[in-house]
Design a protein around this ligand. Structure first.
Ligand SMILES: O=P(O)(O)O[C@H]1O[C@H](CO)[C@@H](O)[C@H]1O
Ligand SMILES: O=c1cc[nH]c(=O)[nH]1
Length: 249
């Protein structure tokens, strides 16, 4: 989060050699938050419960700070399906582990179903940015969001596994056929909460491996670090172009 803010400071020409970027949320270890100019960068931990707490608190903060015209972008990593590792996926729709575009939450003992639509126009603008950048392959596709990294994502290498390689491949093939091209663990509640709050939102994740070829993320730290920079580069370029065209920088 801090390195993204340092990167944005340079991109937006807002860097100050004397300034360090403090963690605005240093009083809690739940997440970290950094800011430069109009850009906030916040960590969200792993999984839907973690990101949903952060989003509740972030939305309240944005409200009390009278922020307007807010765009929220989740950047992160994912497992790909049928894509070369390093491909960046901009989420068209976030779907659950049964490939349905809905987020279910039990509230007061009743199941509430919320839509996980994301902003189509924003996704297209991000894709256009990637075409201008010409640095890596980017697609718009559905993202499957799961409750778990191992059995929830059909891995065979967790502590428990109750299915075969063939079962795994059949499930991933069904996901692919339904339009899913990557798997991660936060987009469902992220999309549902951003839609509910009326904020424009997008999910941009790089794929670290092709799940039809394996389960383990086994590239070197250096290779993985370079792949992880891709969503930052794309979103950084987008933020810069948006702020430039609206005369805010
Ligand atoms: O790269 P991040 O944002 O952590 O996202 C992905 O990586 C984590 C699993 O390794 C999950 O949080 C998943 O959604
Ligand atoms: O396979 C992967 C890689 C990163 N994050 C996930 O959730 N799954």
């Amino acid at each position: 989060m801090k390195s993204f803010i340092e990167y944005m400071a340079v991109e937006l020409h807002l860097e100050d050699p004397k300034s360090d970027y403090p963690n605005i949320c240093a009083g809690t270890d739940r997440y970290a938050m950094y800011k430069v100019g109009p850009v906030l960068s916040v960590s969200h931990g792993m999984g839907m419960p973690s990101i949903s707490i952060m989003l509740h608190e972030l939305f309240k903060l944005l409200h009390h700070a009278n922020c307007t015209d807010v765009t929220i972008l989740r950047i992160g990593t994912s497992g790909g399906i049928g894509l070369e590792s390093g491909t960046v996926v901009i989420t068209k729709q976030s779907v659950d582990a049964t490939f349905m575009p809905k987020f279910e939450q039990v509230i007061l003992g009743k199941t509430v179903v919320r839509s996980t639509d994301l902003d189509t126009d924003l996704a297209e603008k991000l894709l256009q940015c990637s075409k201008e950048l010409k640095q890596f392959h980017t697609v718009i596709a559905d993202t499957m969001c799961t409750m778990d990294f191992y059995e929830g994502q059909a891995r065979l290498d967790g502590a428990f596994c109750s299915y075969t390689e063939k079962d795994k491949q059949d499930y991933l093939a069904k996901a692919y056929a339904s339009g899913v091209r990557n798997i991660e663990m936060e987009s469902l509640v992220f999309a549902a909460m951003c839609k509910l709050s009326g904020l424009k939102a997008a999910v941009v994740c790089v794929t670290l491996l092709d799940r039809q070829k394996g389960d383990q993320v086994s590239d070197s730290h250096e290779v993985l670090h370079n792949l992880e920079l891709r969503p930052q580069i794309l979103v950084g370029y987008f933020i810069k172009s948006q702020l430039g065209s609206s005369g805010k920088i």
